[in-house]
Every structure is written in C-alpha cells, then in structure tokens.
Design a protein around this ligand. Structure first.
Ligand code: PBG
Length: 328
C-alpha cells in the first residue's frame, strides 16, 4: 500500500508538521525594527483620548507621546511617524511652519526623549493644518495650487528638519515635491535630513478613520492629487520620478489592497521600499476581532508578513507596538 504508485513520494506537508519545522523554513520574518508607529498628537491635550474609529489608538498629549516614544524604543521599533493636530487652522496651514507649532514641538520632544534610538519621521503635509483640509493651498476657484503648495512644503520641511526629523514623510502628492523640498533642505544646510516619499499614494476609502484621528475638515476628496486605484503605470511613473528627485525611501499606501504595487516597487527601486498599513486596514481587523469574527493577533501578524513578503522592508502600522510584543 505505501509504495503503491497512486501515493505521493514528494510530500510538502512534511515541512509543515511542527511549529519548529515551519519556523525553520519560513522565508519572511517581520522584525520589530521593520515597524514604524504613526502617532497623533493634539495641541492643548492633557490626557490621551482614544480615537473612536481606531480602538487602541490615541490622540496624545506632548507628555504622553514622550512616554510612548520611550516604550517604542524599548520595544525595538524602527521609528515613529508623528502627525500633529493644531489648535488653530487657516488657509495656508500657518501652524505647520511655526517653530512652536504642534508638529515641530512634538518632533523636538521625541528627539529629546529617545536621541537616535528611533527614526523620527514627521508627516510633511499641510492637510492637518489647513482649515479646508486639503494637502496644499487653494486657488481662488478652490482647486489645489501645486506650485504654491511646494513653497509651503519647502518651508515646512526646513522647520521640521530644524526640529530634529531624521526623515520627512512627504505625503502631499504634489508634482515635484521631492525635488523641491530636497533643494530647500540642502540650501538650508540640512543635507542629512532624508525624504520618505509617499511615492504611490492612492485616493482610498480606507483613510476614513485617519480623518477622524486628525479631525479633518476636508469636504469632498483628494482625487485631483492622489492616484486612481485602477492604475499601475502611473504608480511606477511616480516612483521613478521620486527616485530621480532624490527620495531616500519610497512608500506605497495603502498596503494590503496594493500589494501588486509594493511588489512592482520592490522590483524596480534602488532605494528601500516602505508600505503604510493604514487606518482603515487596522480598523477592519479591530472591528472584526471585537465581534469575535477573526483572531486579532493572527490577523495582524498575517497582514504584516504579507506586506513584507510583497517587498516592503519598512512597514508603517498602528499595530507596531502589539506586533512587536507578539514577535518577542
Ligand atoms: C496626509 C496623510 C493621510 C494619511 C497619512 N498622511 C490622509 C490622507 O491622505 O487623507 C492616512 C493614513 C491612514 O489612513 O492611516 N497627511
């Protein structure tokens, strides 16, 4: 019977028999140092406030984010990505370039707390600071003015570099932003401050919870600057342009619905590739696990492993701390 030709000689199941065997032959390993934790900091807060659509994620005060930064460094995370929620917003996002504006203050505070133990990557985008919620300044007709926005990004980039950023998360999707900000940083003497380019950033329904987190005042959508989810070619073009303009890392966002883009980026990019496992991706796991429909820990690890397997060496995720604990 065992030697009958109907039975297989080659048995792939052998290497799946025990956890030790599976571990031995695992091709992809997520490490805490791959993970970057996005953090929200709101001006004027005294106590952290949980974000309703992102259970387990908080709007922080400057003090509570200091504590979180120390814990993140202790957990061996790769970095932190602070987002600021200013007390006052206006048409040009003035608080973004004020040295005492919330994101500059937080960047300085994190740097002070953890030194060089974590990579600090503040979000270089105006949307948290503008009263209309767009990632740029508007023309009188309400459309986003690309080149006027670049001037603001350059000013914001220099102020974040002065506050101690290692990398700037350039997420605004304006044409030419990487080259323009790179030149401004260099001119100001910040040749060591790098650019993490949100090279392929899609207009996505999965950003919903983020917009609660930053209390976005956006009306409408970002489809005139973020990419159409039907397209691959323009993502590759955007990635190439950002690399030509001096991006140090290129990011794809969102992550799981765009793993084909992550893979294509990894195949063509000479610089490291990152992916952002975004708010809606996190919220789906949390909501389904709260209903008992999926296993939260397993879903998180499976998501992060898949993103890494597709080719992203750096993963921004709200689950960074819990993933680091699970991986230990
Ligand atoms: C723009 C920015 C956004 C996110 C990161 N940077 C929002 C947007 O483009 O609407 C979304 C991240 C997430 O959903 O987790 N500053």
């Amino acid at each position: 019977m065992p030697n009958s030709p109907e039975f297989p000689v080659i048995r792939p199941r052998r290497l799946r028999r025990t956890a030790a065997l599976r571990r031995l032959v695992a091709e992809t390993r997520v490490h805490p140092s791959d993970l970057v934790l996005p953090v929200f900091v709101k001006e004027g807060l005294n106590e952290p406030v949980e974000i309703a659509s992102m259970p387990g994620v908080f709007q922080h005060s400057v003090d509570s984010v200091r504590k979180l930064a120390v814990e993140a460094a202790r957990a061996g995370l790769g970095g932190l990505m602070p987002f600021g929620i200013p007390a006052v917003r206006d048409a040009i996002g003035s608080a973004a370039t004020d040295p005492n504006g919330i994101l500059n203050v937080v960047t300085r505070a994190i740097r002070e707390e953890v030194g060089d133990d974590l990579v600090v990557i503040p979000d270089l985008c105006l949307d948290e600071f503008t009263d209309h919620g767009h990632c740029g300044v508007l023309r009188p007709d309400g459309t986003v003015d690309n080149d006027a926005s670049l001037v603001r990004y350059a000013e914001m980039g220099v102020s974040l570099a002065e506050a101690g950023a290692d990398l700037l998360g350039a997420s605004g999707m304006m044409d030419g932003q990487i080259g323009y900000v790179r030149a401004a940083l260099d001119e100001a003497g910040h040749t060591d401050t790098g650019l993490l380019a949100y090279a392929a950033k899609y207009a996505s329904a999965f950003y919903g919870p983020f917009r609660d987190a930053v209390e976005s005042q956006l009306q409408g959508d970002r489809r005139t600057y973020q990419q159409d989810n039907a397209n691959v070619t323009e993502a590759l073009h955007e990635i190439d342009l950002d690399i030509q303009q001096g991006a140090d890392i290129v990011m794809v966002k969102p992550a799981l619905p765009y793993l084909d883009i992550v893979k294509a980026a990894a195949e063509r990019s000479p610089v490291p590739v990152a992916a952002y496992h975004i708010s809606g991706e996190y919220a789906q796991i949390v909501a389904a696990s709260e209903r008992g429909w999926i296993d939260r820990d397993a879903a998180i690890l499976e998501s992060l492993t898949s993103i890494k397997r597709a080719g992203a060496g750096v993963i921004a995720t709200y689950a960074a701390m819990e993933a680091a604990a699970l991986l230990r």
